[in-house]
Design a protein around this ligand. Structure first.
Ligand code: FAD
Ligand code: NAI
Length: 473
């Protein structure tokens, strides 16, 4: 049988890889995608970390647990009460699995629609050959003119403390806990720590988060981080900063974590389950990088230039396996840009306008620079802030926590950053991204008609606040 030939082979079917494959096919290339993720029956499960054990299942659990919290604590304000409210964790997990499956199936459909050939199995480089590359796709050998590596990342373990997914959980196990633990520990108060901590706290777990750094949410605008710390504390999340984690022991009873607190005092945290969420490492396991001399950096990430070109001709790399934020939408944008570059077009990713969202309640979302970054860079700026407390729609929703904050250039009024903590911040941030992409000024937003009553009016008012002329506060 002759070797199958492709214009482009994408290794990895996460948000970076599957989107790159679809865009390349749209542009007329003959494309294959190789992905090794297995569902619980051993079949394919396209979508990578994001779909299987990341963005999608975590948001499903955040939604279920938020409904439960509302029914228990907030609906009474609306005159709605219910006796005997229960949570069926098994059913909640089954729903989450169904949401994941819908997304897996959606990508299979998209591959068929766009005529992308899919191989289920491991993809690896065999050799450079005939101006392209010979690759293994599971058991098959195939040939590609160009290759896009989108192999993603894996959870980082504490040194000497491997994940067993029973007691010591990565993001994978954290999304499959079969019953609400009485006591839950998390190492790392980053994005996963806060999102997964919120899920299990809402369902009744006593949650303690141990964070190594002395500052809470160091990458977030300070005023937002301060507000978030206040709200999470009130909700009952015990977040301890500046700790040094020591020995971690597991037993039949659970997990015991020895640590020194911020004052250096020796302490022990005993919990039923421990989630370790201390960041992720780029994944090139089994890729055969050595076979072709693909260059990796000291963290194991594939070295790329601004255009996602690696050191090898015709080999590109995108998403979590390269530098930059580990976000699904960043991986997707790189996938589109690389496909367009392979087609001779000028694909572009604007790293200054990549939004971040933390899906806690309240949600936290931002784009562009923080106030502390602008200060450090010596940029003269003006700030404007508007609280949801003064927004009619937020009052009607019954959720007035937080604010919208604008940072604009002192001279030109160009928007440099927008920071939101509050209801639906994940949706509101899009307006700020669009504005920054079009290099809008704060006044541009302030002069645009926003629907009433809507949360987006808080965005308009924060833009007005830059010029100290809010109308409703
Ligand atoms: P991945 O999604 O990791 O996909 C890589 C794929 O390649 C996988 O299917 C893997 O099996 C496959 N693969 C690897 N090596 C090979 C090989 N040699 N051969 C064949 N296949 C291979 N980001 C957001 O933007 N928003 C969120 O809300 C969000 N929530 C998250 C929640 C959690 C709990 C976690 C862990 C992450 C979350 N992320 C979120 C981050 C997001 O999941 C990643 O940034 C994103 O998945 C990266 O996409 P990727 O395509 O680079 O890699
Ligand atoms: P993270 O980088 O967000 O947070 C890790 C935290 O662990 C940091 O605060 C760090 O200081 C702390 N830490 C590191 N080592 C430690 C140690 N030994 N002891 C105590 N604390 C320690 O990483 P996280 O939460 O694991 O998530 C990984 C990535 O996945 C995120 O950076 C993000 O890119 C992505 N993600 C995105 C989401 C979203 O967009 N909503 C949701 C979840 C994950």
């Amino acid at each position: 049988m002759s070797t199958k030939q492709f214009d482009v082979v994408v290794i990895g079917g996460g948000p970076g890889g599957y989107i790159a494959a679809i865009r390349a096919a749209q542009l007329g290339m003959n494309v294959a995608c190789i992905d090794e993720w297995k569902n619980d029956k051993g079949g394919p499960a396209l979508g990578g970390t994001c779909t299987n054990v990341g963005c999608i299942p975590s948001k499903a659990l955040l939604q279920s647990s938020e409904h439960y919290e509302h029914l228990n604590h907030h609906f009474a304000d609306h005159g709605i009460t219910a006796d005997n409210v229960k949570i069926d964790v098994a059913k909640m997990l089954a729903r989450k699995d169904q949401v994941v499956k819908q997304n897996n199936d959606g990508i299979v459909y998209l591959f068929k629609k766009n005529k992308v050939t899919f191989f289920h199995g491991r993809g690896s480089f065999v050799a450079a050959k005939d101006g392209g590359y010979e690759l293994k796709a599971g058991e098959e050998t195939i040939q590609a003119k160009q290759v896009v590596v989108a192999t993603g990342s894996n959870a980082r373990a504490l040194p000497g403390v491997p994940f067993d997914e029973e007691n010591i959980l990565s993001n994978d196990g954290a999304l499959r806990v079969g019953a609400t633990p009485k006591k839950l520990g998390l190492i790392g108060a980053g994005v996963i720590g806060l999102e997964m901590g919120s899920v299990w706290r809402r369902l009744g777990a006593e949650v303690t988060v141990l964070e190594g750094l002395p500052a809470f949410l160091g990458a977030v605008d300070e005023s937002v981080a301060k507000e978030a710390a206040k709200v999470f504390k009130k909700q009952g999340l015990d977040i301890q900063l500046g700790v040094k984690v020591g020995e971690v022991k597991t037993s039949k009873k659970g997990v015991s974590v020895a640590y020194a607190d911020a004052k250096g005092e020796a302490k022990t945290l005993d919990v039923d389950k421990l989630i370790v969420s201390i960041g992720r490492v780029p994944n090139t396991i089994g890729l055969g990088a050595d076979a072709v001399g693909l260059k990796l950096d000291e963290r194991g990430a594939i070295v790329v230039d601004d255009e996602c070109k690696t050191n090898l001709p015709g080999v590109w790399a995108i998403g979590d396996v390269v530098r930059g934020p580990m976000l699904a939408h960043k991986a997707e944008e790189e996938g589109v840009a690389v496909a367009e570059r392979m087609a001779g077009q000028h694909g572009h990713v604007n790293f200054n306008t990549i939004p971040w969202v933390i899906y806690t309640s309240p949600e936290i979302a931002w784009v562009g620079k923080t106030e502390q970054q602008l200060k450090a860079e010596g940029v003269a700026y003006k700030a404007g802030q508007f609280p949801f407390l003064a927004n009619g729609r937020a009052r009607a929703l019954g959720d007035t926590t937080g604010f919208v904050k604008f940072l604009a250039d002192a001279k030109t009024d160009e928007i440099l950053g927008v920071h939101i903590i509050g209801p639906f911040a994940s949706e509101l941030i899009s307006e700020a991204v669009v504005a920054m992409e079009f290099k809008a000024s704060a006044e541009d937003i302030a002069r645009i008609c926003h629907a009433h009553p809507s949360l987006s009016e808080a965005t308009k008012e924060a833009a007005l606040a830059v010029d100290k002329r809010t109308l409703n506060f």
